[in-house]
Ligand binder design. Structure first.
Ligand SMILES: [Zn+2]
Length: 444
């Protein structure tokens, strides 16, 4: 069995790994490195003008050159969940992998299909939907299992690749949340069974391995949000909120608190429309019956004018812009590309955290400064993480008892605390816990 760390081992983003067993290959995730794409687009570049190799040279998608000989052997392109740093590169890279089907849960494949349609990409490979907690056979020797877990979006899976040489578990981006607000609890029963099976390797989300304890539940974020929205003095003022557009559980909480405040909930932004529609398409939620969802630029402008005219304190606005992105609704309001005037004592609730890369930190700081100058009250970090903390990772080690541990989702600074944790649990660095860089391969 040979494992290749393709992307996401030298940076946070562009996640991609691959596994070869005999003459069969499975790839795991194909994601964007968003900071490079954002830099490029903010300098006026248009990604539609870039070829796949151009995107690789830009550093926006994984450099899959180490897989050149593996591509024709590929039996499946597997996606763990819908986040762009796991899925975004699929339309560009997957066509290099023969006619291998792309596999994902209903929400994940829905988001992929919508992306292909909206960006008018040509994509001919079969896309197959696999329900959480079920199997699909992809070749004579390989079966793929999607084990349902929780994360900051819905229908995230830990992927088990079952092969004649044993199992590889791919657990990249998840948390153990017993109160997920939308969707099912993590399937701990199934995960515990792996301790009795032959798990050769566990690829593990190490992003928060440095964080002590256990990731708080989404229920905690909901309480934080409830406190900010229902227990602060916002009578007569506008309330604007942002979160990650794909964070369906958080959006559900926002809708519910909006209705408790007797305010009409309005979603403003193309990406909010995209992820909400996808969630409705698979019948995970029914946001349209409780909120107005506006995606196109003209309609957003008209809606903001209506909000000012009919009284801003009648609305709770959920908009894009939590990272201060230039193209977001919030940034366009602050730069007068969209019509709305924030006034002193209006509320701005950031129900997210700034992704710690320079472009986001700078954009967000600029945005907050503009809000502050107008006297807007800022509530930030009303949020809990979607990633496992240190003690959750230790729990997973105990549940599945892998022979090898492969931390992923960051450079060596991010991955090292997970290596240390594995060493605490009896693994040996270089022998049974492996600190990789993008492009490295190992025989297991
Ligand atoms: Zn994710």
């Amino acid at each position: 069995m040979e494992f290749c760390a393709v992307g996401g081992y030298s940076e946070v983003g562009q996640n991609m790994s691959a596994l070869r067993v005999g003459d069969e290959v499975v790839t795991l995730d194909m994601g964007f490195y968003l900071p490079k794409l954002m830099d490029f687009e903010e300098e006026g570049g248009d990604r539609r003008n870039l070829t796949t190799d151009g995107l690789i040279r830009l550093g926006a998608i994984p450099n899959d050159a180490p897989l050149a000989k593996w591509r024709p052997l590929t039996k499946a392109v597997v996606l763990s969940h819908c986040h762009l740093d796991h899925l975004g590169a699929t339309p560009y890279l997957a066509p290099r992998y023969g006619n291998a089907p792309v596999l994902g849960t209903p929400y994940t494949t829905r988001v992929l299909r919508d992306m292909i349609r909206d960006e008018r990409l040509s994509f001919k490979q079969p896309i197959k939907t696999v329900n959480p907690n079920s199997f699909i056979r992809v070749s004579k020797n390989i079966e793929i299992e999607f084990i349902g877990v929780t994360h900051s979006t819905i229908q995230t899976a830990i992927v088990a690749v079952h092969t004649p040489e044993g199992i590889v578990l791919y657990a990249n981006d998840f948390k153990f949340d017993q109160h997920p607000i939308v969707g099912q609890k993590p399937n701990l029963k199934r995960l515990r069974q792996f301790s009795k099976e032959n798990v050769v390797a566990l690829v593990i989300d190490a992003l928060y391995a440095h964080a002590p304890g256990k990731t708080p539940s989404e229920r905690v974020a909901r309480h934080m949000l409830e406190d900010v929205l229902l227990n602060s003095d916002n009578a007569g003022n506008a309330i604007f909120t942002t979160t990650f557009a794909s964070h369906i559980p958080r959006l559900k909480s926002l809708i519910e608190f909006g209705s408790k405040l007797n305010r009409k909930v309005v979603f403003l932004g193309r990406s909010l429309l995209k992820y909400a529609r996808a969630a409705e398409a698979i019948q995970a939620v029914n946001f349209s019956s409780q909120a107005e969802i506006v995606g196109s630029a003209n309609r957003i402008a008209a809606k903001l004018q209506e909000i000012e005219k009919k009284g801003k304190d009648n609305y709770l606005v959920v908009c894009t812009g939590g990272q201060g992105e230039q193209t977001s609704v919030l940034n366009k309001i602050m730069t007068k590309q969209l019509p709305f005037d924030f006034a002193a004592d209006d509320h701005m609730v950031f129900s997210n955290r700034t992704i710690p890369v320079p472009i986001n930190i700078a954009n967000r700081a600029r945005l907050e400064e503009k809000l502050r100058r107008r006297g807007v009250r800022i509530f930030k970090d009303v949020h809990v993480s979607g990633h496992v903390f240190r003690e959750d990772i230790r729990d997973l080690f105990k549940m599945v008892k892998p022979q090898h541990v492969i931390p992923c989702q960051g450079n060596s600074t991010v991955l090292s605390p997970c290596v240390e944790l594995a060493k605490e649990c009896g693994y040996q660095e270089g022998k049974s816990v492996h600190l990789f860089h993008d492009g490295q391969k190992i025989s297991l």
